[in-house]
Write a protein that binds this ligand. Structure first.
Ligand code: ADP
Length: 166
């Protein structure tokens, strides 16, 4: 099982093999964390994303990391659920995002992966439930990834993820 960590910060500065972005189905770039990742990786990221799109909710696809600083070699694009009250499979789709990202990480041989708090921004997934799903799913998923780092962008998310890890 992977070692799990939580840090507060900007995911584009993480020193891992692969960073995950919370994308939309077009993989052309968006706001929030996806905007930051696309700015850091440069315009080739949208070209590469567009070429392998669409990516459905709960799925994940990989591209090179382009202009992101080493050691980051890959960007794993995953599409979270748009929160609609919780009765539309949102929790299962979110868990699937984490599982599929780890499966993709295994395929590309990534040993360290950084995740943002998928779906908890514009997509509206409640932060506490999302933190529980993130930690539980990563713990329960067999993977060759050795280090998983959850990157919180705000204090509340950091506290929620830390509490789940404890
Ligand atoms: P979604 O559309 O899946 O909800 P968002 O990007 O709107 O995605 O938000 C997902 C999470 O990513 C939120 O917790 C947001 O605060 C966080 N976030 C935004 N920018 C960054 C960043 N540069 N690094 C890490 N997390 C970020």
């Amino acid at each position: 099982m992977a070692t799990l960590e939580v840090v507060l910060g900007d995911i584009t500065g993480e020193d891992v093999d692969a960073i995950v972005t919370a994308a939309n189905e077009s993989l052309l770039g968006g706001g929030g964390v996806d905007g930051a990742v696309h700015r850091a990786a440069g315009p080739r990221l949208a070209e590469a994303g567009g070429a392998i799109a669409p990516c459905g909710p709960g799925d994940a696809k990989v591209t090179p990391a382009f202009d992101l600083d080493p050691p980051v070699k890959h960007v794993i694009h995953t599409v979270g659920p748009v929160w609609d009250g919780g009765a539309y499979g949102e929790a299962e789709i979110l868990a699937s995002c984490y599982r599929r990202c780890l499966a993709v990480a295994d395929e590309i041989g990534a040993r360290s992966v950084a995740f943002p708090a998928i779906a908890t921004g514009v997509y509206g997934f409640p932060a506490k439930q999302a933190a529980r799903i993130a930690v539980r799913t990563v713990r329960e998923t067999p993977t060759k990834v050795e280090r998983v780092r959850f990157v919180a962008f705000d204090e509340e998310t950091y506290e929620l993820l830390s509490a789940e890890l404890a």
